[in-house]
Design a protein around this ligand. Structure first.
Ligand code: PA5
Length: 444
């Protein structure tokens, strides 16, 4: 389902000794992951989610169907791993513009913007909506603020009793404020398993419930992921695209390419790129190590970042995600007077032009000392999406082990929260508030 093209990266990864060394480290990483002996192994339950989730699919589908009867809109409240996968899936699988009668899934709780909340409140005021609030810890500030806001709106609109019927909580089995609230109010709940961290949780109800509400085939998502598990992990083919991806990105990093740019040529993969960025950024960036990960949407960003990529500092490489056959395509028609000089394209599809732009860019970047690893799929559907998710999760975990970090924790994320709570006067953060006060005095 996934192929990798290496012709634009091979010229940069030639040293046989380092290749052999990386192959050995990848094999060791796979072993450590399989035997649950690597760092953070208590959070490797995502490896088996394709099999574990099969039993839950019926309930996810029936709760989604019930909410669709009640509501036209599902408001998904969550941040980081608790919303990016669902958003990526819906964007990749849906048409660009919503149908009038189709279900709509929108997102909140992934920022701290009062303007966003107020505008969304205006938008939802006259809609029939349900809420799916997602937080593994059940204590994250951004979604908690948004949930307080929209729970009240829902209660004001349909009454407390009916609001209860339209709120679905996805959280830890036992811990956290959200779990307590769900129990007290009797909300419908889904569990995020203990051994699955936020950014590895798309294949749990975190991702599957919003995707089911959006009308997509979640069994196909799981089948695609299972296929990836077999192909790259359980019974790996000897030369598979996953090993090639992990090897080349780590070889480039060792050779001084410190930035990996996830590039796509279809705007509907913008949130897949965001999901990928969070997955790798939080998993690898620690202990003073790790590729800095960013993303670009081409050809749009060829008119902004393109100059830098071609001629700026030579510290980056691209991972290009490409789908061979788009869901639909448009043909460029001939015009009699050819006043825009485009008749040389007449009869071609727009995607043909897009693919030529991609091939031209790959060659230009290679000449400009920017290697590209191309990851291709035949098409994009629910099955392929599940496969792609598992592919990158596994690639990320293996890369983390190759790098020598724990890819399943994120201690650095706490630093800003501590200061924010202290500045807001939250109980328990008094020492930190005093520290900040001292620092501010010194710099004034
Ligand atoms: O990958 C992670 O663990 C994080 O990105 C979390 O998903 C994010 O911080 C949200 O956390 P929670 O689901 O606890 O609200």
């Amino acid at each position: 389902m996934i192929d990798v093209r290496l012709e634009h990266v091979r010229p940069f990864v030639q040293d046989k000794k380092s290749i052999a060394d990386l192959e050995r480290r990848i094999a060791n990483a796979k072993k450590a992951l399989a035997e649950k002996k690597g760092p953070g192994s208590a959070f490797t339950g995502w490896l088996d989610l394709p099999a574990r989730m099969r039993e839950e699919l019926d309930r996810i589908r029936s709760v989604a169907a019930r909410q669709r009867e009640k509501s036209d809109v599902l408001l998904v409240i969550g941040i980081g791993g608790s919303y990016l996968g669902a958003r990526a899936a819906l964007e990749a699988l849906d048409a660009y513009f919503p149908k009038d009668d189709g279900p709509e899934v929108i997102f909140a709780g992934h920022n701290i913007s009062g303007e966003y909340l107020e505008d969304l409140r205006d938008y939802l005021r006259h809609k029939r909506f349900s809420i799916n609030v997602i937080s593994k810890s059940g204590t994250t500030t951004e979604p908690a603020i948004a949930f307080r806001f929209f729970r009240r709106l829902l209660e004001e609109t349909v009454g407390v009793g009916e609001a209860r019927e339209r709120i679905v909580v996805t959280t830890d089995a036992a811990k956290g404020a959200l779990r307590e609230l769900a129990q007290k109010e009797g909300y419908e709940t889904f569990v995020i398993p203990d051994d699955v961290g936020g950014r590895y949780s798309f294949l749990t109800p975190v991702g599957l419930f919003p995707v089911a509400f959006g009308g997509h085939d979640i069994a196909a998502v799981i089948a695609g992921a299972e296929n990836a598990r077999k192909r790259y992990f359980a019974n790996p083919e000897s030369e598979n695209p996953l090993d090639a991806y992990v090897l080349h990105r780590n070889a480039l990093y060792a050779a001084g390419k410190k930035i990996e740019l996830f590039v796509h040529y279809e705007p509907k993969f913008s949130h897949l790129a965001e999901w990928w960025k969070q997955l790798f950024g939080e998993s690898e960036g620690k202990d003073g190590k790790g590729l800095f990960v960013a993303n670009a949407s081409f050809t749009t960003d060829l008119h902004s970042l393109g100059q830098y990529i071609q001629e700026g500092e030579r510290h980056l490489f691209a991972t290009v995600f490409s789908v061979k056959r788009p869901r639909r395509d448009a043909v460029i028609k001939e015009e009699k007077d050819d006043s825009d000089n485009l008749n040389y394209l007449a009869g071609m599809t727009v995607d043909t032009v897009n693919k030529k732009a991609m091939e031209g860019t790959l060659i230009a970047h290679e000449s400009g000392n920017v290697p590209s690893i191309v990851i291709e799929t035949e098409e994009m559907d629910a099955r392929t999406f599940g496969h792609v998710i598992y592919f990158f999760e596994l690639a990320c975990a293996l890369s983390g082990y190759v790098l020598g970090v724990n890819p399943f924790d994120q201690p650095g994320v706490e630093a800003y929260k501590r200061n924010m709570f202290a500045l807001l006067g939250k109980k328990g953060f008094e020492d930190c508030a005093r520290e900040l006060e001292q620092r501010m005095k010194k710099t004034r």
